[in-house]
Design a protein around this ligand. Structure first.
Ligand code: DAH
Length: 346
């Protein structure tokens, strides 16, 4: 069998040398070392050999196969580079002509800003959390100390989900804010805690230029032994100054949210008019930005955290609104319209 194999090798190398294009080369490959080729044919006889011969022939045929494969690959490369050179020498071939126009996609403006927000808070030691969009009434309302009479619990404001119940917590809603992730995260990690939750939220709105049924918020939560409103102010000032790339002033006013006590409204100095008063800030010099406050003790308790030992603040702002301010987008409905004429501007 050895002479047969040697002969096959010689013939195949010869054929490789003679091949002038890739089709011919492929034919050679199929003929000699293909699945139904000559090598396979010869190896059919191996089963009739004695046990001493079998390993010798096996080894030799493998070596020959490898050698031939390498010779074919080398020849293929040679043929291809020759073809390329011929093309380059062709005087009508313009190497400077632009290639085919490939349209690249890009990140949606909402995701771009979300990523920036995440990076800034991560750099201050906050973790990024996520929570379910279809949420139990318990986490969306009760756990956050939102009483039954609160307008958010009205059918007019919230999408209630029919015929679907959470095993432990009863009726389900599409979350109206990212705040439910506060209690979920407290349950998961306990105190101390530093986290933000960027996410999609839903309200039963009659849509117009500034209201949509789907929008994005960012929740923030910081809990430790001695956390106060000063820390909130410091973190927000740092966050906004990094986001806008210049010094931003932060103003705090009293506000009401059932899950914080005291509750706050946070404004920042208008970047358009530098505080002088313009259309964007409604001539006040300040832009309303978020709700915040010291986490209510009932919320800490719902999250399994002892309010006698720990305290902290929470905030929530509209990511969609932030993106609109940043880019001067005048209609909220553009954001999720899927209209490429809109998206491709960013
Ligand atoms: N969840 C509130 C909303 O959607 C925003 C908010 C206010 C979040 C105060 C907070 C907070 O964490 O402390 O309007």
């Amino acid at each position: 069998m050895i002479p047969q194999l040697e002969k096959l090798k010689r013939e195949c190398l010869d054929a490789i040398a003679k091949a002038t294009d890739t089709e011919q080369l492929q034919e050679v490959e199929v003929k000699f070392i293909g699945r139904k080729g000559e090598l396979t044919n010869i190896l059919r006889g191996v089963k009739d050999l004695n046990d001493n011969e079998k390993p010798v022939i096996g080894k030799l045929s493998n070596e020959i196969k490898n050698e031939l494969e390498q010779a074919i690959a080398a020849k293929k490369q040679k043929i291809e580079s020759k073809a390329l050179n011929a093309q380059l020498e062709d005087p009508t071939f313009d190497v400077t002509a632009p290639g085919p126009d490939r349209q690249k996609g890009h990140i949606h403006p909402l995701s771009q800003v979300q990523k920036e927000v995440e990076d800034i808070f991560t750099s201050m030691g906050f973790m990024i959390k996520d929570g379910p969009e279809a949420e139990s009434e318990y986490y969306n309302f009760e756990g956050l100390n939102i009483p039954a009479w609160h307008p958010a619990r009205d059918m007019q404001d919230t999408f209630f989900i029919k015929n679907k119940e959470d095993k432990k917590h009863g009726r389900m809603v599409l979350r109206t804010h990212t705040s439910p992730v506060q209690v979920r995260t407290m349950e998961e990690f306990g105190a101390p805690l530093r986290m933000i939750v960027p996410g999609r939220t839903f309200r039963y709105e009659a849509t117009d230029a500034s209201h949509d049924t789907t929008f994005y918020q960012v929740e923030g939560l910081m809990i430790d032994k001695h956390i106060s409103i000063s820390h909130l102010k410091g973190v927000l000032k740092q966050f906004l100054s990094k986001l806008f790339g210049r010094e931003v002033k932060v103003r705090i006013r009293p506000g009401y949210f059932p899950f914080v006590e005291p509750g706050l409204e946070v404004d920042f100095s208008c970047l358009i008019c530098e505080g002088k008063g313009c259309r964007v800030c409604k001539k006040t010099g300040w832009v309303e930005f978020m709700g915040a406050g010291m986490v209510h003790e009932n919320v800490l308790k719902a999250g399994g955290i002892d309010p006698k030992k720990w305290q902290g603040w929470a905030f929530g702002f509209g990511l969609t609104r932030l993106v609109m301010m940043r880019h001067g987008i005048d209609d909220i409905r553009h954001n999720l319209s899927g209209d490429l004429r809109f998206v491709n501007q960013f």
